[in-house]
Design a binder for this molecule. Structure first.
Ligand code: NAD
Length: 311
């Protein structure tokens, strides 16, 4: 059966991933960017990627790569991507004025039934939409890189986002087999970055206080906490580490509180330690090796996602 239309604005890394995810669930996808060349390059990259996924048995959805490619179409005017669209996924660079400018244009042509969904990592939906006439249709759907293999989507409504927009966005994310969480209200950093920053803060302090070097701090996560966190969150981890969470607090809350009392205020991530951490990271992974290391990371994530059976 004919599914509706999804519009992708911005055909970079994230826009391409979204296009592939929506096509895997049989949506008709239009991709828009500031010029034809960018749109065409993105479509070519998507084609290659989808075929490669199919060849390696990691294609998502239950139609062929060719069928998915046929569902994706590049366009070069904004009307074409906005008109009659169920959901617009905005994926342009993380610059507030750029995004606001685009939303101003969309605002003038969008109908009342279209969801305007932003991929922003840092801007609150209220900041993106406050001046819009259609502000009650805007929501944030924040993906995690690489979205094709990391399924979390943080759905963040502003206080004026309408309920149907929140519910329908979530339903669509579930339909394309991502794993959405819906924040009840907008908070800076959403949830993922708040947790990530708490971890980074403590990593900084452990190095700064001379407790561990950079490599060993990362080992604590990659060979320890991270092994569990790929399957269980910290809360369920606690639940299993005692006879349930209540018992966990009975056993450990005092010692936990004692340790946490020693936590230092948020560092500013500036000064000589920045260079020191950079140097230590470079000595294991020199800057020229970053592409190679990213490829290894993505291949590892593919294996992990197969273990977790996403596709
Ligand atoms: P990118 O630079 O790879 O792609 C951005 C694309 O938008 C470019 O192709 C650019 O030409 C196009 N563009 C610029 N202005 C435009 C306009 N007015 N209309 C249409 N297209 C326009 O960026 P990206 O890494 O794909 O990130 C896109 C968004 O996704 C950002 O908001 C970013 O914060 C968010 N995000 C990125 C990641 C990540 O890891 N890269 C993760 C989660 C969320």
């Amino acid at each position: 059966a004919e599914k509706g239309k999804i519009g992708i604005i911005g055909s970079g890394l994230i826009g391409q991933s979204w296009a592939m995810l929506f096509a895997s669930a049989r949506y008709n996808v239009t991709i828009y960017d500031i010029n034809l060349e960018l749109v065409n390059t993105a479509c070519e990259k998507i084609k290659t990627e989808l075929k490669m996924m199919e060849k390696n048995g990691i294609l998502r959805g239950n139609i062929t790569a060719e069928q998915q490619i046929d569902l994706i179409k590049g366009v070069t005017n904004l009307e074409e991507v906005v008109e009659g669209t169920i959901l617009i996924q905005e994926c342009i660079p993380e610059v507030l004025s750029l995004k606001q400018q685009l939303y101003d244009q969309i605002d003038k042509i969008v109908g009342s039934q279209t969801i305007i969904s932003s991929s922003t990592s840092t801007f609150l939906p209220s900041a993106l939409s406050e001046k819009m006439e259609h502000r009650n249709q805007l929501i944030v759907s924040h993906p995690v890189n690489p979205p094709y293999f990391v399924p979390l989507v943080e759905i963040v409504p502003s206080e004026w986002t309408e309920d149907w927009v929140i519910k329908k966005t979530r339903a669509i994310m579930e339909e394309i087999k991502q794993s959405p969480v819906t924040l009840a209200k907008e908070v800076p950093g959403f949830a993922l970055n708040r947790i990530q920053y708490a971890i980074l803060n403590e990593c900084w302090h452990l190095v700064n206080d001379g407790v561990l070097n950079v490599k060993d701090v990362d080992t604590v996560m990659s060979e320890g906490l991270g092994m569990r966190y790929a399957f269980l969150g910290p809360l369920e981890t606690a639940h299993l580490n005692a006879e349930g969470f209540v018992n966990y607090t009975e056993r450990y809350s005092n010692s936990m509180y004692g340790v946490c009392q020693q936590f230092k205020p948020s560092p500013k991530f500036e000064g000589p330690l920045v260079k020191e951490i950079g140097d230590q990271l470079n000595s294991n992974t020199p800057l020229e090796d970053l592409p190679k290391r990213r490829l290894w990371r993505d291949q590892s994530l593919i294996k992990l996602s197969q273990l977790k059976k996403y596709n």
